[in-house]
Design a protein around this ligand. Structure first.
Ligand code: ADP
Ligand code: MG
Length: 263
């Protein structure tokens, strides 16, 4: 079947925001939610038993909003994030990307979704130690476009990566390697890397979990700035009440189900 390339809704944006919107993506959307889950379940096998982790999750992630997911360690927060990002598949239930059943897409289309529309950041940054900040930000481009494609467009990609590093406040750290940067700087490099493909959705798993409160605050301020400037939709797992406080909406995972803490 010949399908339209994945793209993001051509929704009405405030004028200030639309000039900032650089998604290469033009698409049609009629829903206010970017991604939704309907009665998602997920269990893991432990020996002969299946241990249920998610027991029927209903969730609507609104376009352009920041949703924080809180809950005890082991409550399934990372599992839920992985399902939304198609890193793992649910046992049952539905995941919708706007008007399409994301969970039913082919492996190839899910790959395209992850590569083009989703950026991810993790607690431990996962930067490559031998590469500079600039090179780390370029890695997804190197992988996604092959050697020839990358070399053909390298000037444009480098300009874009430079802009992103400046945007996250690291204009003075471009040529530093991870061991020459603080934790907060490494996480902001990881944010720039997550955004190089101009994703619509940023999934962040405990992005401040390894940082002191000052660095954590800088990372969160960076995420907020990006959300506003780029109409980024953020889903962020956090243990930290102060981090959850800046979200538009806070939900908790309790005993495999969603409890809305703040709408
Ligand atoms: P959280 O992020 O809230 O700490 P997780 O989603 O990582 O929780 O894990 C939820 C539960 O699922 C935990 O009990 C964990 O041990 C279990 N779990 C997570 N991933 C796997 C896996 N790949 N195989 C088996 N059990 C897993
Ligand atoms: Mg986790």
């Amino acid at each position: 079947m010949n399908r339209a390339p994945l793209s993001l809704a051509a929704r009405k944006l405030p004028a200030a925001a639309s000039t900032q919107l650089t998604h290469p993506i033009q698409l049609s959307v009629t829903r206010a939610s970017l991604i939704s889950a309907v009665q998602l379940t997920k269990s893991y096998r432990r020996g002969k038993c299946a241990v249920p982790v998610l027991k029927g999750i209903d969730l609507d992630i609104e376009l352009g909003k920041c949703t924080a997911i809180v809950g005890k360690s082991g409550s399934g927060k990372s599992t839920l994030l992985h399902l939304l990002g198609t890193l793992d598949a649910p046992d049952s239930g539905e995941i919708w990307f706007q008007n399409e059943r994301l969970d039913q897409w082919s492996v190839r289309r899910k790959d395209e979704f992850r590569n083009k529309l989703v950026g991810m950041i993790f607690q431990f940054y996962h930067l490559l130690p031998e590469l500079t900040a600039l090179e780390n930000v370029l890695v997804p481009r190197m992988i996604g476009h092959g050697v020839m494609g990358y070399w053909r467009h390298r000037a444009e990609y480098t300009r874009r990566a430079t802009e992103l590093l400046e945007l996250v406040g690291l204009g003075h750290r471009m040529l530093h390697k991870p061991n020459q940067m603080s934790g907060g700087e490494m996480q902001r490099t990881a944010i720039a890397r997550a955004l190089i493909a101009e994703p619509a959705l940023l999934l962040a798993d405990e992005p401040t979990g390894n940082l002191d409160s000052e660095s954590g605050r800088e990372v969160i301020e960076t995420l907020l700035k990006l959300k506003q400037q780029r109409q980024l939709t953020i889903v962020m797992v956090t243990h930290d009440e102060n981090v959850a406080a800046i979200a538009d909406r806070v939900i908790a995972l309790v005993d495999g189900q969603i409890e809305v803490r703040r709408q």
